[in-house]
Design a protein around this ligand. Structure first.
Ligand code: NDP
Length: 451
């Protein structure tokens, strides 16, 4: 008789959990996965996927303007938020079904319900105790809102995807990915948008030029950026909310959205009944094999709060399945992970910031360019595209590439391969450009702007 009912029990069917479950089953393991909310997790339901759909939707306003410059007679344009949300919900439902099919076709047992740990080999779900030799926790994260008077009046990204109507005015608090992306989304849909960030310049940790230039481009579009201040309290009034700021200013608005980070989902899942250790932020501590301090329990993705990106969670799921059941020990290479903020314009980046490169290599060369994208040349738009390469002078290797402009994510994904392969600036220079594109600028920047 088998000692355990399953070889692997996965708690949380998001990007990482589903990939680990289906690959492990593909290697012949007996696998079950539990989910209490939605298949596909944050990314599919209240993250990357619906966000990108909203970004597309919100950019059409500018596209209609661009079209006028190219001779199109564009009539009265009108935007229907409900229509968009209905279509978005239908698409997400389709994707939930795709996830279910993928699990089924790989022989993974899906159990809908909230799973809690009873001990380090037992999970309780829907009143039943199920045993597994190994348990994987991939429960992701959840928006976190600080405590202050009036906190109960705010929404987070979770609710933003399901609003019944668009507000006339919104305040978004935070200076990270989500705040910046949603500021572009709401502004593009005609909402009077103010972003409030506590520090002097948003996107802390990104290359300084990117932070400066994106703030400039967003302001040019009409997004209000209030830096060096924070909300200390919110009052509800008959016609909206009053946000009291630490700089003594008060702002009146219809909706306030907090995007002040996410916390790992580690509460109320019975971790106290195991030897799993959490760090000060509540994330599960794992070793380089994704194993927690309790040897039968593993964790991947946002619940470990390391690099909170979908493709990273997926890569971790693959590495874990290969190592545990595929007889192919695997580890994720966390260097040179490209990322894109779907702000408007997009911000794409890979490798080191100028500040990090200077610290690491001492002598560096910087190449920069800023220009009007050709698509906007027949319009009144004053949006500019920005590109920057950072080169280690000694080895000539390109150690960072950064861009703000249309399709920055698409372009940086390709550049990321070159950087991962260790391409030198000489190789970038020897690469023939595709003309006319914006991307060709990455292989035609010749003049260093200094070190
Ligand atoms: P981030 O960690 O990116 O940003 C949080 C922001 O909130 C920071 O600007 C931070 O300021 C600010 N903040 C934190 N606490 C407070 C507070 N008490 N009062 C005021 N401001 C505060 O979190 P997000 O919520 O934007 O996104 C979560 C994660 O999701 C990201 O880290 C990213 O990994 C992932 N994500 C990725 C996307 C993509 O790949 N395109 C899109 C969306 C999310 P400070 O900098 O001063 O600490």
């Amino acid at each position: 008789m088998m000692k355990y009912q399953y070889d692997l029990f996965v708690i949380g069917a998001g990007s990482g959990g589903v990939r680990a479950a289906r690959m492990s089953a593909g290697f012949g393991a007996k696998v079950a996965i539990a989910e209490d909310r939605y298949l596909g997790g944050t990314c599919v339901n209240v993250g990357c996927v619906p966000k990108k759909l909203l970004v597309y939707a919100s950019h059409f306003g500018e596209e209609f303007e661009t079209a006028r410059g190219f001779g199109w007679k564009v009539g009265n344009i009108r935007f229907d938020w409900r229509h968009l949300i209905e279509n978005k919900n239908t698409e997400i439902k389709r994707l939930n079904g795709v996830y279910q099919k993928v699990l089924d076709s790989n022989g993974v047992t899906t159990i809908i319900g909230r799973a809690t740990l009873v001990d380090n080999n037992t999970v309780r779900i829907n009143g039943e105790d199920i045993t597994a030799e190994r348990i994987l926790i991939s429960t992701g994260g959840w928006p976190s809102v600080p405590d202050f008077p009036g906190k109960e009046h705010v929404i987070t990204s979770n609710e933003a995807f399901f609003l019944d109507t668009l507000p006339d005015r919104i305040i978004i608090v935070g200076g990270g990915y989500i705040a910046v992306e949603f500021a572009g989304i709401f502004h593009g849909m005609g909402v009077d948008t103010t972003l409030v960030y506590r520090g002097p310049l948003f996107l802390r940790g990104f290359d300084h030029d990117l932070r400066e230039i994106l703030s400039e481009e967003m302001r040019k579009k009409g997004i209000k950026l209030e830096f060096n201040t924070n909300i200390k309290g919110i009052d509800k009034n008959d016609d909206g909310y009053t946000a009291h700021l630490t700089n003594q200013q008060s702002l009146f608005t219809d909706l306030i959205m907090y995007a002040t980070g996410r916390r790992p989902n580690t509460s109320n899942i019975g971790l106290e009944k195991t030897d799993v250790k959490l760090n000060d932020d509540g994330a599960i501590v794992v070793n380089d094999k994704y194993q927690s301090t309790d040897p039968s329990i593993y964790a991947i993705g946002d619940v470990t709060d390391r690099i909170n990106l979908t493709p990273v969670a997926i890569a971790e799921g693959i590495a874990l399945a290969k190592s545990l059941f595929g007889n192919q020990p695997a580890k994720v290479d966390y260097s040179g992970i490209p990322t894109c903020i779907f702000s408007q314009p997009n911000l794409g980046t890979v490798g080191l910031t100028e500040e990090e490169a200077r610290e690491k290599y001492g002598e560096i060369e910087i190449y920069k360019t800023r220009f009007t994208p050709m698509k906007l040349s027949l319009t009144d738009s004053n949006e500019k595209t920005f590109m920057k390469l950072i080169v280690d002078r000694k080895s000539d290797r390109v150690v960072g590439a950064h861009m703000i402009g249309p399709d920055a994510g698409e372009i940086i994904q390709g550049i990321a391969i070159a950087i991962k392969a260790g391409a030198t600036k000489a190789i970038f220079d020897a690469t023939i450009g595709i003309h006319p594109t914006a991307a060709e600028e990455f292989v035609t920047m010749r003049e260093s702007v200094g070190e």
